[in-house]
Ligand binder design. Structure first.
Ligand code: FAD
Length: 452
């Protein structure tokens, strides 16, 4: 019987997983390298807010915490594109009722830690930085960062939820036939802020994710419940238009005036923010298997760190919790089987969402400003309305629980379908015609046949 679990990392995924394990009645010890954010505040080092979509909500519902968090989540029903001359174009993400939700990273993490800590069978050990695990004896090593003391802890189950640079994964990397890769994007990101108007109201429509797509780079903004927006500039580190050329006040102002002029009046502290805030990097980590033996498993970014352009990193990590929890149920509490099955089922989905996220960067920074692409979205939306069983890839990823690897597979097929449709002469005028529907129906039937 496995009764005692150790979770390394009390980030978003580790703290949610602690709630799920606590509900099962396991004794849970959570070791977190940082101090208790309820006392020392949230030291994120990453995005201030995040987009939560269906997969994330489902996991929160399973843990019984969704309702509490819905009250502090802002629905974003689509993308609001800002052109160079300040024109706005709205593009819905899905149907009228569908939205992704902006949530505060610190607020969510704090709430999850608090909820987990309310269970008597959960103990948090803050300021305990993992230094690796002896995989044969399930013994984790920690350094108490407050005292310098080194301690060990042994569990029946060990979960590495310690983020992109996981030390649990580090120990697994030294084992036979463990696959691992880490790739940095040539782009960095920097956060900036849009404060509210003096009366506390938002300076832009809060029910949209704002994007300033500029081909090779972009600015985005997500709303916060305090009336602010958090903006993120994604830009190459080096090259003609890049962070390396944005050093002086003049260079920074010229850059914003050229590419994001309408954002300047919205960001009174832009120059200070630009100079004071760090330029961070973006990494993709892939590995497999996600388990060692029957007792050790990786979850969240420790298993699959991805670039943020699909807004799926946390959602995928939360879905890891749903999948593993369901497997334990389906296998009548047999953790040995569940952990193996989890790795088998889930690693290919981790690889797929990593690919989808990289592809979506091109969509966000470039294609959303392309009339052909907008037309494709319009036709896809129309087809979805008329034939609800057809789900555009964005909806599969954000509004469904279809495994990511299936969504990725279908994305290639949908690309071929829309290439054919967009090649129809004067398609702009007959985007909802029978001709379009005939091509769609032919494709749909061939898909159904292939999947039968
Ligand atoms: P983390 O959040 O990294 O948490 C890991 C925890 O482990 C931390 O608390 C850390 O202190 C602790 N830790 C690390 N090392 C050790 C150690 N050795 N010992 C003990 N503790 C340790 N995802 C979305 O779904 N939607 C979005 O809109 C979105 N936007 C993003 C924007 C940006 C700019 C970035 C960078 C990411 C974004 N993500 C988004 C991804 C999301 O942030 C991550 O997928 C998510 O934080 C993963 O959660 P995690 O708990 O696995 O890891």
């Amino acid at each position: 019987m496995k009764n005692h679990a150790i979770i390394v990392g009390a980030g978003l995924v580790g703290s949610l997983w602690a709630v799920m394990l606590a509900k099962r009645g396991l004794k849970v010890d959570v070791y977190e390298g940082r101090g208790d954010m309820r006392k020392v505040g949230f030291v994120g080092g990453r995005s201030i807010n995040l987009a939560m979509s269906e997969r994330g909500w489902k996991a929160l519902e399973k843990a019984g915490v969704a309702d509490k968090l819905r009250d502090v989540a802002i629905p974003m029903k689509g993308r609001m594109m800002h052109s160079v001359d300040g024109q706005l174009t709205f593009q819905a993400y899905g149907t009228e009722e569908q939205a992704i939700y902006s949530v505060s990273r610190g607020g969510l993490n704090l709430e999850l830690i608090q909820l987990a800590d309310e269970y008597p069978n959960v103990t948090f050990h803050f300021n305990h930085r993992g230094r690796g695990v002896d995989l044969e004896t399930n013994t984790c090593r920690f350094e108490n960062t407050a005292t310098g003391e080194h301690v060990t802890a042994k569990g029946d189950l060990i979960f590495g939820a310690d983020g992109a640079f996981s030390t649990i994964r580090g120990s697994m990397q030294k084992t036979n036939r463990f696959n691992y890769s880490q790739t940095y994007l040539d782009y960095g990101y920097k956060e900036l802020a849009i404060p509210p108007f003096e009366d506390g109201s938002f300076r832009m429509d809060p029910n949209a994710l704002h994007i300033w797509p500029r081909g090779k780079f972009m600015l985005i903004a997500l709303p916060n419940t305090d009336g602010t927006f958090t903006c993120t500039l994604f830009l190459p580190f080096e090259g003609e238009v890049s962070f390396e050329h944005l050093n002086t006040d003049k260079e920074i102002m010229d850059f914003f005036e050229t590419y994001f002029a309408d954002s300047i009046p919205l960001m009174p502290t832009m120059l200070e923010d630009f100079k004071n805030n760090p330029t961070s990097s973006l990494v993709t980590v892939r590995c497999s298997p996600w388990q060692y033996g029957h007792s050790v498993a990786l979850m969240g970014d420790a298993a699959h760190a991805i670039v943020p352009f699909y807004g799926q990193g946390m959602n995928a990590g939360f879905e890891d919790c749903t999948v593993l929890d369901n497997l334990v149920n389906d296998l009548n509490g047999n953790w040995d089987e569940a952990i193996k099955a989890y790795s088998n089922i889930r690693a290919k989905d981790g690889h797929a969402i990593a690919d989808l996220a990289l592809r979506n960067f091109i969509e966000m920074r470039d294609l959303v400003a392309d009339p052909k692409f907008l037309l494709r979205k319009k036709i896809a939306g129309h087809l979805h309305q008329k034939f609800p069983e057809f789900l555009p890839v964005y909806s599969q990823v954000s509004f469904s629980h279809i495994p990511y690897h299936k969504a990725l597979e279908e994305s290639f097929s949908q690309d071929a379908l829309f290439e054919k449709i967009l090649n129809i002469e004067n398609v702009e005028e007959k985007w909802n015609s029978e001709e379009v529907e005939a091509i769609f129906k032919e494709w749909y039937e061939s898909q159904a046949l292939a999947n039968s």
